[in-house]
Design a protein. Structure first.
Length: 215
């Protein structure tokens, strides 16, 4: 009599047929944690070298994504349009020297986006402190000596999006709202739109019969 004993899964000898020199073709990525740390340290070092200039890069506009499927979402664009810079009172060549990205190919398609990006430029311009090229030689357009002395590096990301309005709003419940019949109003409007042709025809027929009776 033969008795078969099941072999535990951890004692099974693997029978994997690899190609010759397979170990030379395997790509590993064990340096992820240390690379992450090095990138973070590099960003800190770059921010310290550029201080008090913003460390987040150039200021970019807020634009809508293309196509009808994604146009409700916002993202950072390549640069501000010439129309936006003109409305904010900033020269396009001077803008590139003070950390503002410029895209001469982009155009504004709506008044809302134009207003949003112009306000973004004005807020940036109001907090901007321009240092002179040569120490002690202040030229036209540079900040005053007092503003330069009080300049500090901004700890916020200037590329961040503006605050979004609340998705849910609340209103006071009035007697007029309580008495409103939403479903009945929709059905009545739907019925009026559906029977407008028949009602006009019936009214015209009634008027013609009335004229005939008078005659």
């Amino acid at each position: 009599m033969y008795v078969l004993t099941p072999i535990p899964y951890y004692t099974v000898i693997p029978n994997q047929h690899f190609h010759k020199h397979w170990d030379k073709r395997v790509r590993t990525w064990f340096s992820q944690p240390i690379r992450k740390k090095l990138r973070r340290d590099s960003r800190k070092q770059k921010a310290a070298e550029n201080a008090p200039r913003p460390s987040g890069g150039a200021l970019r506009p807020v634009v809508h994504c293309p196509t009808q499927k994604y146009n409700s979402k916002l993202k950072l664009g390549r640069g501000f349009t010439l129309e936006e810079l003109k409305a904010a009172g900033i020269n396009r060549k001077f803008a590139q020297t003070i950390g503002i990205a410029v895209d001469h190919r982009r155009t504004n398609k709506s008044e809302e986006s134009l207003t949003l990006n112009v306000e973004r430029l004005k807020n940036y311009k109001g907090r901007l402190v321009i240092f002179p090229r040569r120490n002690g030689v202040i030229k036209n357009g540079d900040s005053s000596a007092a503003e330069i002395a009080e300049a500090t590096q901004v700890n916020v990301d200037i590329r961040s999006f503006p605050a979004k309005p609340e998705a849910v709003t609340y209103v006071e419940l009035t007697d007029e709202l309580k008495e409103a019949k939403g479903y009945a109003a929709l059905r009545e409007a739907w019925t009026d739109a559906r029977l407008v042709g028949k009602r006009l025809k019936a009214k015209k027929t009634k008027e013609e019969k009335g004229e005939t009776a008078d005659a």
